[in-house]
Design a binder for this molecule. Structure first.
Ligand code: GLA
Length: 391
């Protein structure tokens, strides 16, 4: 099945649901999901990443209710949830955490939004690695800021979204996902420096080639805990390396020319993971350069290297993603393919010649179904604008 974007339809559905439930016209905010061209597991080590916002995203309809509580409805889960504004606390595994988490960040920063009603819905497949959770947080933040005239700077919303995910969802994620969702630009990817938290827009023109995501439709349950463990492994490495590199605060500061020396210093379980981060952050800059020179072959080769490193050194891939990437490398018209996002499931990102797209889908689908008994989804993506109000 191909997932198609029904942008206006979705907005209408969410607004109509709001009117039916709450009897008022809502304001509607939208925040997109993101892809990442390259630069995986580098953001929380202050490295570079190369994400872009996509068209698919999360819609949030909102209006004041003059109460001291918030009444929520999730269109996708067909569930409602209410809570008092002065009793915010995480509720394990619940979608309302994203609203409560953002509100608690607002409170901490001194913003005092009052009660509201909200309907949430979207067209990002959950677990696909398109970062529906960051999009949700950014959309919620954008909506609340507008409704109460808080004029919260976009970058603050990004930090709140990240912190909310840490505290209310328990994932110690980096800055990449909410940043891309908030700052995305049409036809551009962002070279994001996760140390200064600033970015440059890079125009992306793949000519006769297109990006296509293949959703493995698996999400292994260890994903969140493994993510936090990888982050800890990086933090442990840098502590050890600081004896040799006292100025270094993250793996971003370790020069790749010193890898041989670093291998001697670090325990063998830590070294491959540190190596991934050090080389991956370099690959981001090489990829940006390759795009700048329209060298798509080199760009594709870097995607492949990134996958190999994520799979073998950083160990965040899984058999399904390895199979999808490795099968794609062998196919005609495919310049590059790799797992995208945190890992352990979700999508691969592929750069494919337009003339080969149909054949690619057919062949991958047959091979994947035969091997795993799971039907993959294909998600075409185009680089789009970041979060915004729709009315
Ligand atoms: C998840 C996290 C991001 C980033 C990626 C891996 O998407 O939310 O911060 O670390 O994994 O690159």
């Amino acid at each position: 099945m191909t997932l198609k974007i029904n942008y206006n339809q979705m907005k209408e559905k969410i607004s109509n649901t709001f009117r039916e439930l709450f009897g008022k016209d809502p304001l509607v905010a939208f925040a997109p999901g993101r892809i990442n061209l390259i630069g995986e597991h580098t953001d929380y080590q202050e490295g570079f990443v190369f994400p872009a916002a996509v068209e698919q995203g999360i819609f949030v309809a909102i209006q004041k209710n003059n109460l001291k509580s918030c009444r929520l409805y999730s269109y996708d889960f067909e569930q409602e949830y209410s809570f008092d504004l002065d009793s915010l606390a995480p509720k394990k595994g619940h979608w309302a955490n994203y609203v409560m988490g953002m509100l608690s960040q607002f409170h901490q920063a001194g913003y005092k939004p009052e009660g509201f009603d909200m309907v949430i819905g979207g067209d990002i497949p959950v677990g696909s690695g398109l970062s529906s959770s960051a999009a949700l947080s950014v959309a919620i933040g954008t909506a609340i800021s507008k409704l109460f005239d808080l004029s919260i700077p976009t970058k603050s919303l990004v930090f709140y979204a990240q912190k909310s995910e840490h505290l209310y969802a328990g994932v110690k994620c980096g800055i990449m996902d909410p940043y891309a969702s908030a700052f995305g630009a049409k036809d551009h990817a962002l070279i994001l420096d996760c140390r200064s938290n600033t970015h440059q827009e890079v125009k992306v023109d793949f000519g006769d080639y297109s990006l296509l995501l293949v959703n493995s439709n698996v999400k292994h349950t260890l994903a969140d805990s493994a993510y936090n463990k990888r982050r800890e492994a990086c933090e442990e490495s840098i502590k050890i390396l600081q004896q040799e590199y006292p100025e270094a605060t993250t793996l971003r500061d370790i020069p790749s020319q010193d890898l041989a020396q670093i291998e001697v210093i670090l325990p063998s379980v830590l070294f491959p993971k540190a190596k991934h981060v050090i080389l991956e952050t370099e690959r981001v800059l090489m990829a940006a350069d390759a795009l700048h020179h329209q060298d798509l072959n080199h760009f594709g080769e870097l995607l492949k290297q990134s996958h190999q490193s994520l799979s073998q050194d950083f160990e965040v891939s899984c058999p399904e993603l390895d199979f999808l990437a490795e099968s794609s490398w062998k196919m005609e018209g495919v310049l590059g393919s790799r797992m995208m996002g945190g890992g352990f499931g979700g999508c691969t990102i592929n750069l494919i010649h337009r003339s080969q797209l149909t054949e690619f889908r057919e062949k991958i689908k047959i091979a994947y179904v035969l091997k795993f008994g799971i039907t993959p989804d294909f998600i075409p993506v185009s680089l789009s604008q970041g979060a915004r109000m729709l009315n």
